[in-house]
Ligand binder design. Structure first.
Ligand SMILES: [Zn+2]
Length: 334
């Protein structure tokens, strides 16, 4: 559990040994070593590195901006014509084959098939509005958002699991760029299987909870990365219900964070029915949390709240995601 968004502040203890003579100089001892795992957990916050991945990719490949703008135009066209599509097309369920790469340094990190299957089950529940939080007439969803809850109509099928023993962790590079080595066999990772036709998910030790590639990015590294501790249903801590993967697959299907890419009330996620907000919410906020003049949808999978407190996509997000199956990810559904 090393995923710290905010650095742990070292405890500085003022030590006064034997008699506290006023002339005696106070001894400052940096007790960094004494920081316990519990303290780290208290400081732990969701940190998704997808926006960082995009920033890196735009620096490396200036033509990406143009490609993504084009995808955005196609998305807008799809949204405009969506309501006039035949019902069968509007309700079509897309089946997505998934390849899971398990990069492990030891047996504990070599996650079991049961755990991997629990993650696929979470994806299938979350993307089909079949998750437990939406039962009982969606009573956990604030009334104002209830009719925005969407069944995306995407089914995930585990195609194969690739297990690779490694001696690496895949933390960010010293220059601050994201480490993508988990996607290369010759760098301690695992090569993707045909990224046009398979959703590749790499599970490994990283310093982010996860990150994904937006549609348009380099096909060689296209897919989703999830930290070993945040994958599958372990019920451990704030990220033990598999929602990190739901969130990252949302990005992979072209969803932004609910606050947009940069944050601030002026930035937007390009979705009409998610309220405008200025940045992430953490933990499990009581409704309502108000920013930018309206109540935030903190229970949206594309916020930064705890797994137990994010449980819906919206109709606008649904249309946006389904648009990619008519464009950049058209070869993905089986
Ligand atoms: Zn994210």
């Amino acid at each position: 559990m090393r995923k710290l968004l905010t650095p742990v502040i070292g405890l500085i203890t003022l030590m006064c040994v034997t008699s506290c003579n006023q002339n005696e100089e106070a001894e400052l001892t940096n007790e960094t070593d004494a920081i316990t795992v519990e303290q780290e957990l208290q400081n732990q916050k969701r940190n998704c590195a997808t926006d960082k991945a995009l920033e890196d990719a735009l620096l490396k490949d200036p033509s990406l901006k143009q490609r993504m703008d084009l995808i955005e135009q196609e998305t807008r066209k799809f949204i405009e014509k969506q309501s006039s599509l035949p019902l069968a097309q509007r309700e079509q369920v897309f089946t997505i084959p998934v390849v899971v790469h398990i990069l492990h340094r030891n047996n504990a990190e070599n996650l079991s098939n049961n755990l991997i299957n629990s993650q696929i089950q979470v994806l299938n529940r979350d993307f089909n509005a079949n998750n437990v939080e939406l039962r009982n007439n969606r009573e956990r969803v604030p009334r104002v958002f209830r009719n925005r809850v969407a069944n995306i109509g995407v089914r995930f099928v585990l195609d194969r699991v690739i297990r690779v023993r490694t001696n690496r962790v895949f933390n960010s590079n010293p220059d601050g760029s994201l480490n993508q080595n988990m996607k290369f066999r010759n760098r301690g990772g695992s090569n993707p299987i045909n990224t046009r036709e398979f959703l590749n998910i790499w599970v490994c030790q990283t310093d982010a909870l996860g990150f994904a590639s937006f549609p348009g990015q380099n096909r060689r590294i296209d897919g989703v990365v999830v930290d070993t501790e945040a994958f599958g249903v372990t019920r451990n801590g704030a990220y033990g219900l598999g929602r990190t993967t739901t969130h990252e697959v949302g990005h992979y299907f072209n969803l932004r964070h609910v606050w947009g890419n940069r944050g601030g009330c002026g930035d937007d996620d390009l979705v009409g029915d998610t309220p405008n907000t200025n940045g992430p919410n953490y933990g499990c906020p009581a409704f309502p949390t108000r920013n930018c003049g309206s109540a935030d949808m903190t229970m949206n999978y594309m916020d930064y709240t705890d797994d137990a407190c994010m449980f819906m996509f919206t109709n606008g997000q649904r249309t946006r995601m389904r648009a990619v199956f008519n464009g950049f990810r058209s070869q993905l559904p089986m």
